[in-house]
Design a protein around this ligand. Structure first.
Ligand SMILES: [Zn+2]
Length: 344
């Protein structure tokens, strides 16, 4: 089976590789249609590692996927061949303490696509548990289905924020996760969401969405903008989605007393934070690691038209050009939000 294999840093090949393909009773076999390229895939390509996860042997990339069921295990009753689906890429141990508590995303035993040594889904077929495979509503395309994974991160952030209808929020960082977090926050009841970045191209795309207010921090004073908009009271919620140490410098000064800061972005190095600044106004700090129990909700929001991800798909590459797609993603063009690969 030909798959997109990361051999080592900066070395990709489209070649045959043996991937486990045994279908258990609770599994489904899926013909992959579309896979989105994630920042983490690109980082493994360019650096060969993310924190403790190191690519020591060839690994198939990709974890944002949609496709069609072609076979079901003997115990599967919820899905059938022909069903169009998207997949949640992290499989926890069903009997672990974390899973039993409902927090399976932080199960230490979770096995996640394209996180070494686990192969990803940039291949014609994958076998996956039916419990982590979700049927696409008829009006949701494969391309949108392959965007549910990053949207799920934004959904998790919006849930962790505990949004109250009418809240005013800020997302720092207008990358794919930042924009999808802003979309989830608006769908979750925020009246408006400021979104800040340094790149006009990214902000221009965000600013096309009603309710999203772009702020370029190179030319605009963010604190002044927020103070003016909130009558010096501050924001109900801030989602930090840039991972940049710079964003933490005045973060707590932008939140209202007893407001919430949700940490979504992942700084490469430890970051200093103003603890007393947060304490003095009893700011609540939440963190997000991937997601749990949100894929079905994300799909419902797409199907209902409350979230439209289509404007975020910048370009789609055929599978034979998958390496070109990764080289393009590694360029980090500011106008590119999501690049996808059409596998099937
Ligand atoms: Zn991703």
């Amino acid at each position: 089976m030909k798959a997109l294999v990361l051999e080592r840093v900066r070395a990709l090949s489209l070649r045959d590789i043996d991937i486990p393909s045994e279908l258990g009773p609770d599994d489904v076999r899926i013909a992959i249609d579309t896979v989105g390229i994630c920042g983490s895939d690109v980082h493994y390509f360019t650096h060969g590692r993310i924190g403790p996860y190191v690519v020591n042997e060839p690994m198939v990339l990709g974890h944002e996927a949609a496709g069609t069921i072609i076979e079901t295990g003997s115990a599967v009753t919820t899905l059938k061949p022909g069903d169009r689906v998207c997949m949640e890429p992290g499989i926890p141990d069903p009997n672990s303490r974390a899973t039993r508590l409902g927090i399976y995303n932080v199960d230490p035993a979770v096995s996640f696509w394209a996180t070494p040594p686990v192969h990803g889904c940039l291949a014609p077929e994958v076998v996956h548990p039916a419990a982590f495979t979700f049927k696409l509503p008829d009006n949701v395309s494969f391309a949108e289905g392959a965007m549910i994974e990053p949207l799920a991160v934004g959904m998790q952030a919006a849930i962790k924020a505990g949004i109250t209808p009418g809240d005013t929020a800020l997302v720092t960082g207008a990358g794919p996760i930042g924009i999808m977090t802003a979309l989830a926050a608006l769908a979750g009841g925020c009246a408006k969401v400021f979104i800040s970045d340094l790149q006009d191209e990214k902000l221009e795309i965000a600013g096309r969405y009603p309710g999203m207010i772009p702020v370029n921090i190179k030319t605009q004073d963010l604190k002044k903008t927020i103070d003016e908009a909130t009558g010096d009271w501050g924001l109900d919620v801030i989602f930090e989605a840039s991972g940049s140490p710079k964003a933490f410098e005045n973060l707590f000064t932008l939140v209202r007393p007893a407001g919430t800061v949700v940490l979504v972005g992942m700084p490469v190095e430890p970051v200093a934070i103003d603890v007393v600044g947060a304490q003095a106004r009893e700011i609540r700090i939440e963190t997000v690691f991937r997601y749990a129990h949100v894929f079905d909700r994300a799909l419902d929001l797409i199907a209902s038209g409350k979230i439209d991800l289509k404007p975020l798909i910048s370009e789609t590459f055929p599978f034979e050009d998958a390496i070109t797609a990764f080289e393009r993603a590694a360029e980090g063009r500011p106008g590119d939000v999501k690049l996808q690969i059409k596998v099937g």
